[in-house]
Design a protein around this ligand. Sequence first.
Ligand SMILES: [Fe+2]
Ligand SMILES: [Fe+2]
Length: 148
Amino acid sequence: MAKEKILELLNHALELEHAAFVQYLSHAEVVDGINAEPIIERLKEIADDENKHQEKFRTLIGLLGGVPSMGMAETHPAKSLDEILRVNLKDEKIAVDTYRKILEELSKDRGRGYYDFLLEHEVRHILMEEQEHITELELLLGIQGSSY
Ligand SMILES: [Fe+2]
Ligand SMILES: [Fe+2]
């Protein structure tokens, strides 16, 4: 696959991570109520994961000779805890679908160089962490295991 196409996909991923990071931190300030503390902590911990994902994608883009985007995908405000969990669950599923597509694209034209393996490994690792976020959000929502 052309390097430009990979860079475009990685920059889109980076913009999703920018949005996720800001969104979790904003939502952490909105959560209110009797059980708020542990949920606020958890939202901040997930934000920390998204921050690390941003750094990973930025590094990968730089290694490929690209310019990391400073843009941000759409963010989604929410008012209640239930809405916060649902909105983020939806966005995590979009991230998983997006990263699956990137892996699919990478597998179509896989080189044998170090960067090809690194790229695939890193995207797969981030994808697994988004799947963990989905599981956590579902647990907080009281939903039993999805296929994500
Ligand atoms: Fe992420
Ligand atoms: Fe996530």
